[in-house]
Write a protein that binds this ligand. Structure first.
Ligand SMILES: Cc1cc2nc3c(=O)[nH]c(=O)nc-3n(C[C@H](O)[C@H](O)[C@H](O)COP(=O)(O)OP(=O)(O)OC[C@H]3O[C@@H](n4cnc5c(N)ncnc54)[C@H](O)[C@@H]3O)c2cc1C
Length: 406
């Protein structure tokens, strides 16, 4: 990648507190921090702005696996993730107290705050990080301007909005969040431990809900630095009294909703805080504007049960920062002709659509009571159990059949 000399100059702060950069990124969550790391590594002048110096200890993504790992490897950050995360390779999948199958493959458990801190630290020179709140964005075909609470201004050729679920800046630009599904899912995050911190008998465990009426998709247990972490994902009215029961008496409510779970867990207790999120599924409209591009949750929110949020934001970062931004900065202007290339990128569209599709699929598979989905639910778990049994008797056979059918 060829970087023009002008782009490698340090960020300049003039007396009037105007900071100039090639790219200004608003939001130092996972999306914004990784975007900065990729662009700064390539030699561009990047300003990253966030209103919080330390990422809050909020419940967000806590597991990384599969394509997310491949993407982190391609971006060159996998070793940084490995350094802060707890690895695990085997997941026992159970339902109604019976083994469904065993998932095999490297995964990692890590708190979101630690993940974001790691991502913020990927850029050794922190002079381009501004602890500030952006109050206004004004964009045009060639020069973008940010106004900050401190009174500073940032002028750049491109603005990347990575502001997560916060909507104010996009709103100011005339962008709107289209509600696809209000209060689509409910998630709980907490830590469990055995008496005397004795180890559990598994690396990781997923327990699926017993019946559609409960609205429980699954409980996922996996190692994290603070102990055995639990993520519970549900499709149920957030005002249902069961939500309060889950917050107040998490252990008993879990055991009631998931018969057979205790056999695998033994004696355990919930330690620390029980965190709880209600998620809307939304996508931003009116986003195609000169000089500004949205990534991660700022563009589209995700269903936590589907586990697609990080996959989506990694595709955004990879396609935008490794391909489009370097090409856009080679020539003058930042019109919608350039911006549209990113929004119509094949991989981005596929990741966004996959995320919505999986969100709706998980909801229907969990809680839809019509005949079709009732059958589908039964077949889904039956197919997995049979496949697992066949694979135990004839190791590798299922993989060979699957490859032959592709
Ligand atoms: C409960 C829960 C569980 C989840 N589980 C999974 C999972 O298992 N797998 C998965 O893939 N995904 C999961 N997700 C989704 C994933 O966590 C998100 O997709 C991801 O964290 C989004 O990152 P982001 O950088 O886009 O936004 P954020 O991390 O929200 O970052 C936005 C940043 O912008 C800053 N900001 C906002 N406005 C301004 C402003 N005006 N000025 C300055 N700074 C500003 C904020 O301070 C914040 O730091 C889950 C989400 C939730 C809620």
């Amino acid at each position: 990648m060829v970087v023009e000399e002008s782009m490698t100059k340090p960020i300049a702060t003039s007396e009037t507190e105007v900071i100039e950069a090639d790219v200004a990124i608003v939001g130092a969550g996972l999306a914004g921090s990784l975007a900065r790391a990729v662009l700064a590594r390539a030699g561009y002048r990047v300003v990253l702005i966030d209103k919080r110096s330390i990422p809050p200890d909020e419940f967000r993504v806590e597991k990384l696996a599969g394509r997310q790992i491949d993407s982190l490897r391609r971006l060159g950050f996998i070793d940084d993730v490995k350094a802060i995360a707890a690895p695990y390779d085997r997941v026992l999948n159970i339902r109604n107290g019976r083994l469904v199958d065993i998932g095999v493959g490297r995964s990692y458990g890590v708190s979101y705050a630690n993940l974001v801190n790691m991502a913020r630290g990927l850029t050794p020179d922190q002079s381009g990080f501004l602890l500030d709140q952006v109050t206004n964005v004004s964009c045009s075909e060639d020069r973008q301007q940010l106004t900050l609470v401190s009174g500073k201004r940032v002028v750049s050729r491109l603005v990347i909005l990575a502001t997560g679920m916060a909507n104010a800046l996009g709103h100011g630009l005339g962008m709107r969040r289209q509600m696809l599904a209000a209060r689509h899912s409910v998630s709980f995050g907490f830590t469990i431990a055995r008496p005397d911190n004795a180890p559990f008998d598994f690396d990781a465990l997923t327990c699926y809900g017993k019946q559609a009426a409960d609205g429980v998709d699954y409980l996922s247990l996996f190692p994290m630095s603070g102990g055995m972490r639990a993520n519970l994902f549900m499709f149920r009215d957030p005002t249902d009294p069961i939500m309060r029961e889950l917050r107040r008496d998490t252990r008993q409510t879990l055991l009631r909703l998931m018969p057979g779970l205790e056999t695998y867990l033994g004696d355990f207790q919930v330690v620390g805080q029980v965190q709880n999120w209600v998620m809307d599924l939304t996508v931003t409209e009116g986003h195609l504007q000169p000089g500004v591009v949205l990534i991660g949750d700022a563009f589209q929110t995700n269903c936590p049960a589907a586990g697609t949020g990080v996959g989506r934001l990694l595709v955004d970062v990879e396609r935008l920062c490794m391909d489009y931004v370097p090409r856009w900065l080679e020539t003058d202007g930042m019109g919608t002709d350039k911006i549209a290339q990113f929004y119509s990128d094949h991989d981005k569209l596929a990741a966004d659509q996959h995320s919505l599709h999986l969100a709706r699929y998980r909801e229907a598979l969990t809680s839809n009571t019509d005949v079709r989905w009732t059958m589908q639910r039964k077949l889904h778990f039956l197919r997995r159990m049979v496949t697992h049994q066949v694979d135990r008797i004839h190791p590798g056979w299922v993989m060979r059949v699957r490859s032959a059918l592709r």
